[in-house]
Design a protein around this ligand. Sequence first.
Ligand SMILES: NC(=O)c1ccc[n+]([C@@H]2O[C@H](COP(=O)([O-])OP(=O)(O)OC[C@H]3O[C@@H](n4cnc5c(N)ncnc54)[C@H](O)[C@@H]3O)[C@@H](O)[C@H]2O)c1
Length: 380
Amino acid sequence: MADKLRAGVIGCGSISRNHVGGYLNSGRYEVVALADLNESAMQDVDNQFRINTQHYTDARAMLAQEKLDVVSVCTWHGGHATWTIVAATYRPKAILCEKPMADTLGHAEQMLVACRRNNVKLVIGHQRRFLPAYTLAQSLIAQGAIGKVQLIQSCGGDGLPNYSSHQTDMYRYLLGDDECTWVMGNVERKTDQYERATRIEDCAMAVFQFRGGARALILSDLVPNYYQGALIVGSEGMINMTTNNLQLMNRGTGGQWQLHQPDGKFFKVEEQGDRFEWLEGGAAQADELADWIEGKVETHRGRGESGYKALEMIHAVYESARCHEKVVMPMRTRVNPLDLMVESGHLVPERPGRYDIRAFLLRGERMASDEEGAQIQEQP
Ligand SMILES: NC(=O)c1ccc[n+]([C@@H]2O[C@H](COP(=O)([O-])OP(=O)(O)OC[C@H]3O[C@@H](n4cnc5c(N)ncnc54)[C@H](O)[C@@H]3O)[C@@H](O)[C@H]2O)c1
């Protein structure tokens, strides 16, 4: 075990399974410690993976005692900045924090600062960058298989930050990390709706323009059947992509849809079905992180700066609705513009009464947040 990286996890809920499973399936990590406010949450992880970890109800105690190489941050969105900044001060080699990167762009920026200050590698968990169908679509586009990309059409739901930060990250991945130059969008928010303690809209739509000329469209909570993936329309063909496979149509396919279902590095779609994207994404994301730590690759495709841009594009939709304008990137407003709109009285819910669509994830008597009052401890 000596050559394996020592990993610990803060927040042992649903997505922590993808981190622990990913570390173990990559074969390059030992999961040695877990931190959660609930002992039962940590015990459930140990039982599921048949591991025997140290448990901490105080994440700072875990960081102080365990000398971790890698720390996973798997709390709700509002805790991402707090725990990434705290973990960075203990100088692990890397932090793998869940998406959306933070609750505000200002906090996301602080996460980048804290990691740079402490020489810590930061990755945001947009694990779909590791799906072979996504990577194949990226290389087909780069080879010109569908000509110039004209429109990436996608849909989402359950609010923009949670589901659609994967989609905004996907646009950039498909386009070789091209930069978004402007965003125009609108939101409707009649109810006081939250998702994992983050204020969300009832529905939204937006257009994203990229430097290379491509455009993307998102319809969020506007269509009943939404999925991760996209219909990519080019000047000389189309790609219809899901998390498991893609179909290509161009002159070379004789105008017919041609199915491609590439295998992952660790798993195969035909063997895993719907579990494939989670198993492959988690393992391959962890594997590339180990490569980055060991200097085998220069960077990680989910590095913090990419996570920042995925969040920036989401918050630019809110900023566009707030300012009634096309938001030119980079965005300069560092608070969450949806919060600003509601708190300033610009967008008051017509049907009051706060509710959280992910409240079912909470344990015990909690109803509103996975943690009350997470604070960064400022030095006097
Ligand atoms: N990458 C993906 O595809 C994907 C999928 C699901 C969730 N997520 C993200 O993962 C994050 C967590 O979501 P989830 O569904 O796992 O939530 P969850 O409610 O299932 O788990 C969160 C856990 O964090 C714990 N926690 C809260 N404060 C803590 C603290 N101070 N110290 C230690 N533990 C603490 C809670 O007790 C809880 O067990 C969210 O930001 C979500 O967007 C990402």
